[in-house]
Design a protein around this ligand. Sequence first.
Ligand code: SIN
Length: 428
Amino acid sequence: MKREYIDTLIVGAGVAGMNCALHLPGERQALVICKGGLKESDSFLAQGGICVLHDKGDEQSYFEDTMRAGHYENNPDTVRCMIRHSRETIDELIGYGVRFERTESGELAYTREGAHSRPRIVFHADCTGKEISSHLLYAVKKLPNVRLMPHTTMVDLLFDEGKTQCLGALVRDNRTGELTAVLAGNTVLATGGVGGLFRHSTNFRILTGDGVGVALEHGIAVDHPDYVQFHPTTLYTGRRGRSFLISESVRGEGAQLLNAAGERFVDELLPRDVVTAAIRREMRREGSKFVRLDLRTVAGGRETLLHHFPGIVERCREEGYDVLSEPIPVVPAQHYFMGGVRSDLSGRTTMPHLYAVGETCCNGVHGRNRLASNSLLEALIFARRAADDIAKGARAEGDAVIPAREYDKKQEKARHALVTKEVDREHE
Ligand code: SIN
């Protein structure tokens, strides 16, 4: 079997994996593997947007919205940490070239989704995830110390004999079947969610909770494997395959849920789990396979729909629905996993030298039910913190433990400035 030595192995190429790679020290070699293509992450599919602390006065209200949506089962420390780092994270994304919608005066425009007491979500039309992911991916591709290996599956984790620390992972090239033991100073699980395990999900089918699975197998702590979120509104088609999301931001902007009689039956902006339960109740009561979502009531009407939600308008048209003139059939589907590999504020798991970030981890930010548009933000912030932690206690190349060293922030800043400068539009 082949052996490879690397400082950091990152398993997963969504925004969590990418942001971790981007913040590792430039002189350390990193390898990012992912099971499918580089664009087959749920980060790429995210529609609605990404939350940000609107202004200083918003902190308590944003905190309260996140906690209330999560049934107060959230970890208040991770929630506060996420909120406090949100503005700098958005600024950093803008530095990478990410374009968020602006008002006429050039300020960031904010949209709203369920359970938010005010608009505090920045967005790029209805494809915010694609906009962010593609810019981060482009920036990572420019890094000389990071190698990307798509179509490569993590088969297992590697440990020392007493299973006291993680030493990397066994990986398989999906095309040749060849196995490689990647011996890594630190390993980061960023394998995304579990939607591939469900018949109806908005997730890519290949996302089958691999990080959580391998953790469970080796006795690494996993929290709340039952905390699965169902998005209230995906387009009903009756066909197999990935469910197409109808972003919650259409309801944030005024779209209404209707039953077969054309009547509203729920406040569309209640938390996701509450709206999903109401839809299911209504479907049971009516004996129907779906309810309807009327986008014609969106504020700004046709113009907003065409400008803010072009992807949704187009996809519905392909499925035979004209959202400008009729309600569309929608049904809840699996969307997000709030449980995961137990991790702390720096992404550390219960196994030394093993980190977990993004949807794979459970650091308690989301509690029992995630507040809309907190996912990209949480993934970016805690992945960066994991990278910072790795840098501080750096250990390199397989089982060789090296002493912690002074981490040079200036050098990292210079590297990011260089990458940012090089980001152009080639990749679009
Ligand atoms: C959506 O656009 O409705 C999804 C956003 C999210 O999952 O937070």
